[in-house]
Design a binder for this molecule. Sequence first.
Ligand SMILES: [Fe+2]
Length: 270
Amino acid sequence: MEVLHFIHISDTHVGPTLDADVRGALSSERTSRLVAGINRLPFDLQAVVHTGDIVNDPDPEAYRLAAELMRPLRVPLLTVVGNHDDADMIRGAFPGIGKPLGKDPQRHAYSMDLAGHRLFVLDAKVSDPQDPSGFLPEDQLAGLLEEVENTGGPFSVWLHYPPLDLYASWMNEYLLLRNGEDLHEALVPYAGRGGRLSGVFFGHIHRSMQIYRDGVLYSAVSSPACEFTAYPGPERIEFLSDCDPFFHHISFGPQGTVVKGYPVRDSSLQ
Ligand SMILES: [Fe+2]
């Protein structure tokens, strides 16, 4: 089993124009720097996975701009629906996804096999008033489990929302996948020593954060546009727009999963 390398990005909040300002940051400029930094990495990649909030407001111009900014990526880009996204518009701007997952064709949920590793992409977006929390439709979880049972090999799960308690009260109240415990319980049998689950990867919280529970690794990557505070108490999060574009380099291999964080200010990526 070789080591496979992926890049995890999230929450670019692009557009609709190059000068669009998102909480004090030029999100398009940050996204361009992020893409350029990824392209300078001196090793082979399987894919880049974007775990949602590709745009700040779902309009076709924003997706056109996002696709233009990310087109220079030298490897395939896999997309996930965030609470700021629209599934149809994502598919229009970033065509060519994998095998549909679940029973609802309107959903942007699919699986994809890359070099023997299966990625499951979930769409847990909900409508108001539950937004910005998420909820995973039952048919997607059933489809995931069925496919895992019917296939062999390692797999990973990608979605926008954090599935579990973050020990951060405000985030827990407003940003979680509300049935994340169900997802966790379903995945635990595939975790641990000799298990097939390589990890669960998400965005939404605009901060690099890892959770380890019952042998399952959960990992979130920050946003290139704006970081959030994630303090334990109930105070509302703060928006920190003076951050660097940031990505995670994720390696799946025979000894387990490794996650490395890179701010694009690193001289080798400039
Ligand atoms: Fe976001």
